[in-house]
Design a protein around this ligand. Structure first.
Ligand code: GLU
Length: 423
C-alpha cells in the first residue's frame, strides 16, 4: 500500500476534478473563484508531555473550506502523512459531500501529523486534549464540528468533548454536546454512527448491483484498508452472501479465494493491529491484491492508491470508494476507459457525515433515536443522493465523479446567487 511518504499533491487532484465539473456545467466564474479557495486554514504547534517525561512538539491543522450550506463539518485524522495540502483536499471534499447528500453542513477537515500507533493511550489522550485546547474557539457546535477519520475513534471524540466542555462557562456546557460527532453512545453519540460510513458504502453498492443485475449473493470483493470503513463494509456485505477474497492494510496483504470471514478477521485485527498473519488466508502482496479478479474493489484506506501505475492492474466491475481520494485523475481516466464503474468517494462514503448530522440533531433536541430510525433515514439519504448522481451523469453524459461534483456545485451556486456576496 502506498503510504506515509507520498509526494503527489492531493489538493491538485481536487483542483482537476473541480475544474472538469465546473467547465462542463458552466459554473458561474465568480462562484468558481470563491469555491476554488479554502476559507480558513488554522495551523497550531503545541507541546505535549510524553510518558518518559520529555516534552514533544506537535503540529495540527484545521482547514475550513466553505460554510455556505451550514457549519463547517469534517473529521480529524492522526497520521504521519497529514500535511496542509492533504487537509485542504479533505476539507474541500467535505463541502461537496454535504452538498450531494443534502445536509446543512459545510466542509472542514483537520489532523495531527504523527503516528498514533507508537503512542500509549495516555499520550494519545494528552495529545488530543492539548490539540483541542489549541484549536480553542476555532471549533464549536454551531461553527465547526469535528468527527472521526483515519486513526481516530469514539474514545478520541469523547476526550475532545470533555476538553471543549471543560473550557466553556459552566452554564453553557450541556448545550454544547454537539461540538463533536462520532462520540461513544453513552457520551451523546448516535446508534449506528460507528458503522455508518461502511453502511453507506454498502447501500450504494446495493443500488448499483440492482441496476446492473448483479446478485450480491456469491459476488466477490476485495478491500484495501481494514479500519472502521473497510471492516464494516466487509461485515455488512457478508450478510448479503458476498465473498471477501483479498484484503490489505498497512501491515500486509492476505487472500483466500474460498472467502475470508469478515467478522473473524475484524476480531483478529482488533487483537493484533492488522491483517498480517491472519490464519484463515495466505499471505499475498500489494500488486497481486490490486490485480485480483473480483466483482467489486473497495479502497478504504488513503488517497492516491489508484493511479496511472496501478489502475491498469484492476480486474473488477466496480470501484466503491470508501476512502477519500483513493483514485487520482490519471487513475480515473484509465478506469473510465476500461469501463470500470466508480462510486465516487463524495457519494459512496457520505454515510459517516450523514449519521454525524443525525447525531448533531439528536444532541440539539435532547433526543435519542433507535437504530432502525437511524438506518432508515440513512438509507433514504444515500439512495436519493445515488439517484441524483446517476441522473446527472446521464444529463451531462459524463462520469459519476464529475456528476457528483455537479450535484454539489449546482446547490452551492444557487445559494450564492440567492444570498449574493457581502458587502
Ligand atoms: N471523516 C468522515 C468523512 O470523511 C466523517 C466526517 C464527519 O462525520 O463529519 O466523511
Amino acid at each position: 500500500m502506498r503510504d506515509a511518504h507520498r509526494k503527489t499533491s492531493v489538493y491538485e487532484n481536487v483542483g482537476k476534478q473541480f475544474n472538469k465539473a465546473a467547465d462542463l456545467m458552466r459554473l458561474d466564474p465568480h462562484i468558481r473563484r470563491i469555491l476554488s479557495k479554502t476559507t480558513n486554514e488554522i495551523s497550531v504547534n503545541f507541546p505535549v508531555k510524553m510518558d518518559d517525561g520529555r516534552i514533544k512538539m506537535f503540529t495540527g491543522y484545521r482547514v475550513q473550506h466553505n460554510d455556505t450550506l451550514g457549519p463547517y463539518k469534517g473529521g480529524l485524522r492522526y497520521h504521519p502523512a497529514v500535511d496542509i495540502d492533504e487537509v485542504r483536499a479533505l476539507a474541500t471534499w467535505m463541502t461537496w459531500k454535504s452538498g450531494i447528500v443534502d445536509i446543512p453542513f459545510g466542509g472542514a477537515k483537520g489532523g495531527i501529523q504523527f503516528d498514533p500507533c507508537v503512542c500509549s493511550s495516555s499520550e494519545l489522550e494528552r495529545i488530543t486534549r492539548r490539540f483541542t485546547f489549541a484549536l480553542g474557539c476555532n471549533i464549536g457546535p454551531e461553527y465547526d464540528i469535528p468527527a472521526p477519520d483515519v486513526n481516530t475513534n469514539a474514545q478520541i471524540m469523547a476526550w475532545i468533548l470533555d476538553t471543549y466542555l471543560s473550557t466553556q462557562p459552566p452554564h453553557t456546557r450541556q448545550a454544547n454536546r454537539h461540538v463533536v460527532t462520532g462520540k461513544p453512545v453513552e457520551a451523546g453519540g448516535s446508534l449506528g454512527r460507528d458503522k455508518a460510513t461502511g453502511q453507506g458504502v454498502v447501500f450504494t453498492i446495493e443500488e448499483w448491483a440492482k441496476e446492473k443485475g448483479l446478485n450480491l449473493d456469491g459476488a466477490t470483493y476485495t478491500v484495501q484498508g481494514f479500519g472502521n470503513v473497510g471492516s464494516w463494509a466487509s461485515r455488512l456485505l457478508k450478510a448479503h452472501g458476498a465473498k471477501l477474497i483479498a484484503v490489505e492494510d498497512a501491515t500486509g496483504a492476505i487472500a483466500n479465494e474460498k472467502g475470508i470471514d469478515a467478522d473473524d478477521l475484524t476480531n483478529y485485527v482488533a487483537k493484533t493491529g492488522g491483517v498480517k498473519g491472519y490464519p484463515g488466508a495466505k499471505e499475498t502482496d500489494h500488486k497481486t491484491l490490486l490485480s485480483t479478479k473480483a466483482d467489486i474493489f473497495i479502497p478504504a484506506a488513503l488517497e492516491n492508491q489508484i493511479t496511472a501505475e496501478t489502475a491498469p492492474l484492476l480486474q473488477v466491475r466496480l470501484v466503491a470508494e470508501g476512502a477519500n481520494g483513493p483514485t487520482d485523475p490519471a487513475g480515473d481516466d484509465i478506469l473510465n476507459k476500461k469501463g470500470i464503474d466508480i462510486l465516487p468517494d463524495i457519494l459512496c462514503n457520505a454515510g459517516g457525515v450523514i449519521v454525524s448530522y443525525f447525531e448533531w440533531l439528536q444532541n440539539k433536541r435532547s433526543e435519542f433515536w433507535d437504530l432502525g430510525e437511524v438506518d432508515s433515514k440513512l438509507y433514504k439519504k444515500m439512495v436519493s443522493a445515488y439517484a441524483r448522481v446517476r441522473d446527472t451523469a446521464k444529463e451531462f453524459n459524463t462520469d459519476w465523479r464529475t456528476a457528483a461534483y455537479i450535484v454539489a456545485l449546482r446547490r452551492l451556486e444557487k445559494v450564492y446567487k440567492e444570498r449574493g456576496i457581502f458587502p
